[in-house]
Design a protein around this ligand. Structure first.
Ligand SMILES: [Zn+2]
Length: 275
C-alpha cells in the first residue's frame, strides 16, 4: 500500500508553490493593475513599514507571476518584485470578490472590479517582501529548460556530500525538499548515501530524469488538489514510494523501506533497489 504524505498546510514544497503560481497565472492576466494594497498583519512585512509597502504596491501593474524555489515572485511595472513566501500555512489565491475574504487574510491586493489576490495565513508565518531582484543564492530551477543533465553533472562533481544532502542544498538545485529528494533518488535507483561526486554519467542521466519527472508529477497532483477559491483538498495527493514508509514493503522489490538520518533529516530508501 502506498501512503500519501503531501498535504497542504503541512509542508509546502516546490510542487505546491508552483501549483499556486499556475492557478494565479490562469486568473490574473499579465498587466493587471493593483488598485489598492492592504497589509493587515504588520509582522508579515517587517522590518519594512506596512504603510510604505501598501503605498509602493498601489498603482503598480503585475507584469509576471514567477517563482524561484519556494518564493512566489510578483514582478511589478516598477521593476521591483513582491516576493511571497508561504512558509507553513500561507496561501496566495485569486478572489473573485475581495470583500468576502476570509478571517485569516493577512494582506490583499485589490485588482479592478473588486477582484483581488489574497494572502491568507492562519498562523501568519509567511512573508511578503519587496525585492530589487530575484533571490540570487538559489541554484538552477529544476523545472526550467536550463536545468540539464550537464548542469546537474557539473554541480555534483563539485560536492563530496551524500547525494541526498546535496539535493537539499538550495544553492545546488532550487526548491527540492525532503520528500521529493527521497522520491527522485528512489526513482533513479541511487543510494542516498552515495557521494555526489561519485555519480557516473548514467547515474546523472537517471537522476536528472527522476527529479524532473517526480516534480512534474507532484505539480500536477498539487494542481488537481487545488479547488476554488484556493484551497488544497486532500482528495488528490502525490503517491509516495518511499517517503514516510519505514518498514513497509518497497513497491518494486518487497523488501522493507529503510530510514536513516542525513543532515538532521530523515531519509527513506530501499537498500536493495538503490545502489
Ligand atoms: Zn526495493
Amino acid at each position: 500500500m502506498k501512503c500519501s504524505t503531501v498535504r497542504w498546510g503541512l509542508l509546502p514544497e516546490l510542487p505546491e508553490v508552483e501549483s499556486v503560481c499556475r492557478h494565479l497565472r490562469e486568473r490574473v492576466p499579465a498587466g493587471s493593475l493593483i488598485v489598492r494594497a492592504a497589509i493587515v498583519r504588520p509582522g508579515i512585512v517587517r522590518p519594512a513599514d506596512p504603510a510604505a509597502v501598501e503605498q509602493e504596491l498601489t498603482g503598480q501593474r503585475i507584469t509576471r507571476i514567477g517563482r524561484r524555489g519556494k518564493h512566489i515572485l510578483l514582478h511589478l511595472s516598477s521593476g521591483r518584485i513582491l516576493g511571497v513566501h508561504l512558509r507553513m500555512t500561507g496561501n496566495l489565491y485569486f478572489s473573485p470578490d475581495i470583500r468576502f475574504r476570509e478571517a485569516s487574510a493577512r494582506a490583499w491586493l485589490e485588482l479592478p472590479g473588486r477582484t483581488g489576490i489574497v494572502f491568507a495565513d492562519p498562523r501568519a508565518l509567511g512573508r511578503l517582501e519587496l525585492l530589487d531582484q530575484e533571490p540570487a543564492s538559489l541554484g538552477p530551477e529544476p523545472l526550467e529548460a536550463s536545468f540539464t543533465p550537464a548542469v546537474l553533472a557539473q554541480a555534483s562533481r563539485a560536492s563530496r556530500a551524500p547525494i541526498k544532502v546535496f539535493l537539499l542544498d538550495q544553492r545546488r538545485v532550487a526548491g527540492v525538499g525532503n520528500i521529493y529528494a527521497a522520491e527522485a533518488l528512489f526513482r533513479a535507483r541511487i543510494n542516498p548515501r552515495k557521494p555526489a561526486n561519485r555519480l557516473n554519467s548514467n547515474n546523472i542521466q537517471r537522476l536528472h530524469a527522476a527529479i524532473v519527472g517526480v516534480l512534474e508529477d507532484a505539480v500536477q497532483s498539487a494542481y488537481n488538489a487545488y479547488s476554488s477559491p484556493g484551497r488544497f483538498t486532500e482528495g488528490e495527493e502525490f503517491a509516495v514510494q518511499v517517503y514516510g514508509r519505514e518498514g513497509q514493503p518497497c513497491a518494486a522489490c518487497g523488501k522493507p523501506v529503510r530510514r536513516i538520518r542525513q543532515g538532521g533529516r530523515s531519509t527513506y530508501f530501499c537498500g536493495h533497489c538503490q545502489r
